[in-house]
Design a protein around this ligand. Structure first.
Ligand code: FE2
Length: 383
């Protein structure tokens, strides 16, 4: 069970945990915000603390392999990830890989093979990890999986040892974030809550988390468009993103996420924006079940009822798939997010390359089976 600490001063909470548990060798993965704060607080002057930021967004095999080597040599008794989804993702996987693989004895190619074949062995528990998100979006702090790119293709490492032991949620960490980043990350959280609700793995617990997340985001999302939100709104959005993370930790994501990875990789579209670009079409596809092959063993009547529940939550009772699609695009426009894939260089790259790199695991999680023809249509006819 994860412990969630809500605070307005993450450094005080962190120092308290470090003192209480007598942690003495601490490895920090940080993005730019965390790095600035740790430096300002002189953490970089303590030789028992290692502050590491040498990795890119959407971590690659090279980033991970290098970090495993450095972390293994340092031998920390606590690992901390302070940053957005990529930072927390790399911290989770590097921590577990370091405890279970001797990096001097495993080549980068062999590690890649284990990740691709999904046969990594995690027999030892890693040092405890604390996740401190600096965005309200991915919910990575609440999931036991982590993204890694190998030759520009997205893979997921999925094991319960990746789940951070403690989470510190501090809205003050978001006060310097640019409004555009809030918009893309919150679209990720919104999409994750919707996808979790229609995932074939949804259950009562995930539905409760996702419902709660969706309602909080719906209440607050338009405030982002009116300028920088107040701290209480940020706190609520952080809570919603965390709940959406808990929901997808149970259900995993579905078709819009499956399509988003090649869109992000080839067109350099930020993750939340890439997911949001195709999600509105799935309001329609996932509710057009009469002539579709379905993936959810609970059957067509269940999917129909579930989609109506989502429409009611997202818009209002009796709302149609088309109305929800339009409202979703409308939200994107309010948040200044481009909705037309044609304006995002899709023609230059070509639909074929996107089709080839779609994540099949996530696609299989969608309630309705999606063909190449469906995807082709989604990618060529957008709003
Ligand atoms: Fe996501």
């Amino acid at each position: 069970m994860q412990e969630v600490i809500k605070t307005r001063s993450f450094l005080d909470s962190l120092n308290e945990i470090i003192k209480k548990n007598d942690y003495c060798k601490i490895f920090f993965f940080t993005g730019s915000i965390g790095h600035k704060i740790l430096k300002a607080s002189d953490y970089d002057k303590n030789s028992n603390y290692f502050i590491y930021s040498d990795f890119k967004n959407d971590p690659s095999l090279d980033d991970v392999y290098k970090a495993v080597k450095i972390l293994s040599n340092f031998e920390p008794d606590l690992v901390i990830g302070i940053g957005g989804g990529s930072t927390i993702d790399i911290a989770k996987q590097v921590n577990c890989l370091s405890s279970n693989y001797n990096i001097d004895k495993i080549s980068k190619d062999l590690l890649a093979k284990h990740i691709i074949d999904k046969d990594l062995l995690f027999q030892k528990n890693p040092p405890p990890m604390i996740a401190i998100p600096t965005t309200a979006g991915t919910g990575s702090e609440a999931t036991q999986f982590s993204v890694i790119y190998i030759n520009k293709v997205k893979y997921s490492i999925d094991n319960k040892c990746l789940l951070p032991k403690q989470i510190i949620l501090d809205p003050q960490l978001l006060v310097d974030i640019e409004p555009g980043l809030i918009a893309t990350t919150i679209m990720d959280a919104l999409s994750q809550s919707i996808e979790s609700l229609w995932s074939i793995k949804s259950n009562n617990e995930s539905t409760e988390y996702a419902t709660h997340a969706l309602l909080i985001i719906k209440k607050n999302i338009k405030k982002i468009a009116k300028g920088y939100p107040d701290i209480d709104t940020i706190q609520e959005l952080m809570d919603a993103a965390h709940l959406a993370g808990k929901a997808i930790n149970i259900t995993r994501t579905t078709a819009p996420h499956a399509l988003s990875y090649p869109l992000s990789m080839h067109l350099k579209i930020p993750h939340g924006h890439a997911v949001a670009l195709t999600l509105p079409n799935f309001f329609i596809i996932n509710s057009s079940i009469e002539n579709s092959k379905i993936n959810d063993s609970r059957g067509k009547a269940y999917i129909k009822e579930r989609m109506e529940y989502i429409f009611e939550l997202f818009l209002e009772k009796g709302a149609t798939a088309k109305q929800c699609r339009n409202e979703f695009y409308n939200l994107m426009k309010i948040l200044n997010l481009e909705t037309d894939l044609n304006k995002l260089r899709i023609k230059e790259i070509g639909v074929r390359i996107i089709l080839d790199d779609i994540n099949q695991d996530r696609l299989a999680n969608n309630p309705v089976s999606i063909s190449d023809e469906d995807i082709n249509k989604i990618l060529t006819i957008t709003s």
